[in-house]
Each structure stands twice: as structure tokens, then as C-alpha cells.
Ligand binder design. Structure first.
Ligand code: NAI
Length: 397
């Protein structure tokens, strides 16, 4: 277990990762170039720990020990003796590159240097650094002390030893790791795209309303939240930006195409819960509506997989099959492109997004031939390339 941990950036993610490391017994130096932000972060961490003591979740001794392990610093050079440094500063390639270049100059050859980037290429961040084989992506999820998943991103120069040591480190934080190749949106943010994207198309066509789609995905699919309530929760602006970034990073791949409804909401300032309105209206403390789904509707939605060659579009019963088929298809593309292993993809989607099952095990349970049937029918109906089946899905089917 790496004992001396450096964190660069004391924002949401940096302070969360720092806390996770301190709670696991690491000595943590948190660096930020903004003294006020650093002081605020330390105060937030301290009051969070105090609250847990008052709720009986943390002993006074654990509180004192954890706090003593968190050391704020504005001296970049003090990170030079760390075993592992995790960078969590703003998502800007030129700034991250500068920080990694400086880190690679002041640390020993074997120091693990990790970026928490959610979208930038590790290879690009590591360009020009000394010993780029010890540089990798360590993508924690928000809130970092709570979320169990870390995506370890292997850049073009990252060594196997670096991945092994990184896995040991995140396991020591009580987390589970998956390994993925350095590709846009990694595993979770890529495969989750069509939970939103296909749902938006269904709503946009007028087949079902957002409230109906949410209810179906919760009741039939057993997802904790429906796609529209989740977009409202995440923020329409955040979700729309990620969608555009992934779409552009994959050179306008139709599977990732954003939807007009996202742009309309974004441009009109309806950003979801935080602005009071998004797909739903939250003004005056209102919650997103919950529509009842009867047992008959659940059975009809599941039966769609059995009759996928028939035209069932513009039909509410097809909502679940369409969204799930798109998620499973994306997982098959990711396996085929060697982005990650099948077990890692399933684990990542269960831990990173709370999916009730991994997409590949879900496909296996339903039958890949049925998933392929849904995609074939969608492709025939809409003549849209976004519905083309992954070659590997066809093989599995
Ligand atoms: P944030 O804006 O809350 O924090 C960034 C911090 O970095 C700020 O405190 C800022 O003062 C500091 N900073 C900026 N430039 C710096 C520099 N050159 N040297 C030292 N400190 C500097 O950002 P957040 O949300 O914590 O994100 C950080 C990284 O984590 C980004 O790469 C983001 O994409 C990634 N990420 C964010 C997630 C989220 O849900 N917020 C989830 C997973 C990854």
C-alpha cells in the first residue's frame, strides 16, 4: 500500500479522494494553487468528519487520526516525496500537461502519477513527461469517499507494473478497480450514453413522455432512477456537454449523437433540479412525477424481446427493449475494441452507475440473438446508422 499520497486540486474530487486516502491510513498532502480554496476544502473536510462523529459513525480517536493525516500545502515541491500523486484540477489539457510535466520533474522515477480526468486522453496529458510509463488515469466517481469504483486508464505508455501498483493502491482505499484503454469517456461514461440518448429519441418521436419512460425504466428495468429524472439530477448542462464531447471525440459517431431536446433545455436555462426546472418542474418543492406501471405493462415490455422482428415502434412497450439493446450493443463495441474485459465492463456499470446488472450478463440472460433482433428491427425502421449492431454482438447472437 502506498503510504504517502499527494493530491493536486482541492475541489470536489481532490478533497474527496484525499479523504478516502486519509481514512485508509495514508498520509495525504493536498495541494492547490488557490489558498482560499485550500482553506475552505480543509474546513469542509473537518466539519464533515465532525458531523460523522456526532452521528456516532466515527470515534473521536478516528476523527483525530484522520484529520492529522490530511496536510494542506501550497508548496508544489513538497509533493516530490510522495509514493503516488493524484491530480484533480480543472479539466483543461494544457493546464494538466503543465502540472504533469512539473510533477515528473520533481518526483522519483517510480512515483505513480495519476490523473482523475473524466474525458482527456492520458497519453496526451503524459506527452513530454519523464518516465511516462508510471503515468495513468485514476478515474474516481463523485462522491469519491462513497463510490466504490475507480477506472484505471492505461495510456499508450503506461506499464503493466504501474497498473498493478495502482490496483493495489485503490484496493487499499477499499475500492474496486477496472482497467480500460485510453479512449474517450472510458467505460462508464461511454456505455451509459444511450440510457439518455435512446430515451431522448423515444421522447422526441412522441412515443412516450419523459415521465412514462422514467417509470418504465424503473419498473421494468429496475434502474434506481429513470433517464430524465437522472439528467435533471446531474444537470442538463453537464449531461449535454458530456454528450457533445463524447460525440465529437468519436468523430460524430451516430450512436452518440446528442438530441435537440437537450439543446433546447440547455439554451433556455432549464438545467434541471439546480435551476428549478428541467424535464420536470421542481418549483415549490415539487418532485418528479411518478406514473404507475401495471403488471401487464411490465410483461408486455419484456415480451418485446420475443417478437422483435415485428414492427413495434411508436409503441410504449418497446421503450425498455430499445434502451437496453443500445446499452448492450455499446458494451459489445467496447469489448470488441478491446477497451476493457467483459467482467470489468459489467462491474464498472454496476458500481459506477448503479445498474441492476452488467450489460453483458444482461445480454446473456435475455439472449444476444434477441438483442440483435431489436437492433435489426430498429435499423430497418429508422435507416439510421446508430442502430447498427456491433460485429461481436452478431457473433454472440
Ligand atoms: P473543481 O473545480 O471542484 O476543483 C478543481 C480544483 O483545482 C480547484 O480547487 C482549483 O483551485 C484547483 N486548480 C486549478 N488549477 C490548478 C493548478 N494549476 N494547480 C493546482 N490547483 C489547481 O473540479 P472537480 O469537479 O473536482 O474536477 C477535478 C477533475 O476531476 C477534473 O478533471 C474533472 O473532469 C474530474 N472529475 C470530476 C468529477 C465530478 O463529478 N466533479 C467526477 C470524476 C472526475
Amino acid at each position: 500500500m502506498e503510504k504517502f499520497v499527494g493530491i493536486i486540486g482541492a475541489g470536489t474530487m481532490g478533497s474527496g479522494i484525499a479523504l478516502a486516502a486519509a481514512q485508509s491510513g495514508c498520509s495525504v498532502s493536498i495541494y492547490d494553487n488557490n489558498e482560499t480554496v485550500l482553506a475552505t476544502a480543509m474546513e469542509r473536510l473537518r466539519s464533515g468528519l465532525v458531523e460523522r462523529v456526532s452521528k456516532g459513525r466515527l470515534s473521536q480517536k478516528e476523527y483525530a487520526e484522520t484529520l492529522a493525516r490530511l496536510k494542506p500545502t501550497t508548496a508544489f515541491r513538497s509533493l516530490g516525496l510522495c509514493d503516488v500523486v493524484v491530480e484533480a484540477i480543472a479539466e483543461k489539457l494544457d493546464v494538466k500537461r503543465e502540472v504533469f510535466k512539473a510533477m515528473s520533474d520533481i518526483t522519483a522515477e517510480q512515483t505513480l502519477l495519476a490523473s482523475n480526468t473524466s474525458a482527456l486522453s492520458i497519453g496526451a496529458i503524459a506527452a513530454g513527461c519523464k518516465f511516462p510509463e508510471r503515468i495513468l488515469g485514476m478515474h474516481f466517481f463523485n462522491p469519491a469517499p462513497v463510490m466504490k469504483l475507480v477506472e484505471l486508464v492505461s495510456g499508450i505508455n503506461t506499464s503493466d507494473l504501474t497498473l498493478v501498483r495502482a490496483k493495489e493502491f485503490v484496493n487499499g482505499l477499499g475500492k474496486e478497480s477496472v482497467v480500460c484503454r485510453d479512449t474517450p469517456a472510458f467505460i462508464v461514461n461511454r456505455i451509459a450514453r444511450n440510457f439518455y440518448g435512446e430515451s431522448l429519441r423515444i421522447a422526441g418521436e412522441g412515443t412516450a413522455t419523459p415521465a412514462e419512460i422514467d417509470a418504465i425504466m424503473r419498473e421494468v428495468g429496475k434502474f434506481k432512477m429513470g433517464p430524465f429524472e437522472l439528467m435533471d439530477f446531474i444537470g442538463i448542462d453537464v449531461n449535454y456537454t458530456v454528450t457533445q464531447d463524447v460525440y465529437n471525440a468519436y468523430f460524430q459517431e451516430p450512436r452518440f449523437r446528442p438530441h435537440q431536446m437537450q439543446r433546447t433545455l440547455f439554451e433556455s436555462g432549464r438545467l434541471g433540479r439546480k435551476s428549478g426546472q428541467g424535464f420536470y418542474d421542481y418549483t415549490g418543492g415539487k418532485a418528479s412525477p411518478k406514473i404507475p406501471v401495471g403488471a401487464g405493462q411490465v410483461a408486455a415490455a419484456k415480451a418485446v424481446f420475443e417478437q422483435s422482428e415485428k414492427t413495434f415502434f411508436l409503441n410504449k412497450d418497446a421503450v425498455f427493449a430499445r434502451v437496453l439493446a443500445m446499452i448492450i450493443n455499446e458494451a459489445m463495441f467496447a469489448v470488441q475494441e478491446d477497451i476493457a474485459s467483459e467482467p470489468d465492463i459489467d462491474l464498472a456499470m454496476k458500481l459506477g452507475t448503479n445498474y441492476p446488472a452488467g450489460p453483458i450478463e444482461w445480454g446473456r440472460a435475455i439472449g444476444f440473438e434477441k438483442i440483435h433482433g431489436v437492433l435489426r428491427a430498429l435499423h430497418a425502421e429508422f435507416q439510421d446508422e446508430r442502430y447498427k449492431a456491433a460485429p461481436l454482438l452478431k457473433i454472440y447472437a
